[in-house]
Design a protein around this ligand. Structure first.
Ligand code: NAP
Ligand code: G4F
Length: 337
């Protein structure tokens, strides 16, 4: 039985990756930071199947301790300050977690468990103000936020440790991936929860930022399979993971409101507070290398992703005893509740 250490296990990707690794027969050790409230909603259904251990990206020896105690074969570094707007308000903290945290963990691995295979969660935000479309593993980086800059650091320090110390260390350059477990502050979940709140009469408007930004959105459950595949190769390499399709925030709104029989133009308003100091206008990935070398491909397309997320949020309000007051909830959603 292989052991995997997953940092960021309480996050969206940590929960899907843990489910996937458990299904493959892994022992999963989840690293989480100490908090005064329980941040484990996304993994409560896995609590008796995973080992949870406290450590923090800010504290190198806390990670050394985990590596010594659990002796993992694979380490997936998913922990980060991952919300782009927060990185403009807390740039130093973002760098500590999202950039230097990677070096702390790599140093801990190098000294304690050098045979462990290491996955770094790199991001399409590194392409930022894109110099070409679609973006591949060879596209130069031009990050547009402190978060993007921190991810570029994490990416290159992973390359550097691979080249300097012969570690099996690689990065997945993942484009945006979403799910019903996505944090409510990210645009897709903000929209799908907003649609549900409007349908149930809890809100009348959905204030949004730049509707013209375009993203290559996939399903998180598909993307965690690629993370695992990257650690099963003969040689460590970096891979773009994306769908190869791009859609605007406006299109996401249109599809999401349409799912409950509403027109987004009646509810979406523009609020300049949600604009960013520097925007990433367009992301579009070309995942050919992952398809050819890993045999990876996404299973969930854009309309299915939007519907999955809207349906899950609508069901949450139905289960809480709320009744819809606007639009038309699909029969298939009503019948499941
Ligand atoms: P997420 O839901 O925001 O989860 C982030 C995780 O990091 C949480 O478990 C969080 O713990 C943990 N964390 C934050 N600071 C920490 C610290 N100092 N010490 C220990 N743990 C800490 O992010 P996600 O969407 O799952 O993304 C996973 C990773 O992929 C992140 O590195 C993200 O930057 C990267 N990424 C995401 C996407 C995407 O579209 N989702 C695309 C490309 C790359 P708490 O629960 O305690 O906050
Ligand atoms: O959902 P978002 O906040 O995600 P963003 O900035 O693309 O970052 C996500 O994807 C990255 C991969 O490329 C990850 F590395 C990162 O950790 C994170 O998961 O915003 C998407 C777009 C932006 O262009 C933003 O300006 O949506 C636009 N947007 C328009 N109105 C909004 C809003 N974003 C948010 N969060 N809230 C709005 O009201």
């Amino acid at each position: 039985m292989k052991t995997a250490l997953v940092t960021g296990i309480t996050g969206q990707d940590g929960s899907y990756l843990s489910e996937y690794l458990l299904s493959l027969g892994y022992r999963v050790v989840g690293m989480l930071r100490r908090t005064s409230t329980q941040p484990t909603a996304r993994i409560d259904h896995l609590r008796d199947k995973v080992d949870l251990a406290h450590a923090d990206l800010l504290d190198q020896f806390s990670m050394v301790r985990l590596l010594e105690e659990y002796e993992p074969d694979e380490v997936y570094n998913l922990a980060a300050q991952s919300f782009v707007p927060t990185s403009f308000y807390e740039p130093v903290l973002t760098a500590e977690f999202t950039a230097l945290g990677v070096t702390r963990l790599l140093e801990a691995i190098r000294h304690t468990r050098p045979q462990a295979r290491f996955y770094q969660a790199s991001s399409s935000e590194m392409f930022g103000k894109v110099v070409e479309s679609p973006q591949t593993e060879a596209t130069p980086f031009h990050p547009r936020s402190p978060y993007g800059v921190a991810k570029v650091y994490g990416h290159w320090i992973t390359v550097n440790y691979r080249e300097s110390y012969d570690l099996y260390a690689c990065s997945g350059i993942l484009f945006n991936h979403e799910s019903p477990r996505r944090g409510l502050e990210f645009v897709t979940r903000k929209i799908t929860d907003g649609v549900a709140r409007i349908a149930f009469g809890l809100d009348d408007k959905l204030p949004m930022g730049n509707l013209d930004a375009r993203r290559d959105w996939g399903y998180a459950g598909d993307y965690v399979r690629a993370m695992h595949m990257m650690l099963q190769q003969e040689h460590p390499e970096d891979y773009v993971v994306a769908t190869g399709e791009t859609h605007s925030v406006r299109e996401f709104c249109q599809h999401a409101f349409h799912r409950v029989g509403l027109d987004y133009e009646d509810f979406v308003t523009i609020d300049p507070r949600f604009y960013r100091p520097a925007e990433v206008d367009l992301l579009l990935g070309k995942p050919d290398k992952a398809r050819q070398e890993l045999g990876w491909k996404p299973e969930v397309d854009f309309p299915s992703l939007v519907e999955m997320m809207v349906d899950a949020d609508v069901q949450r309000y139905l289960k809480a005893g709320r009744s819809p007051v606007r639009g038309e909830i699909p029969e298939v959603v009503l019948s499941q509740s």
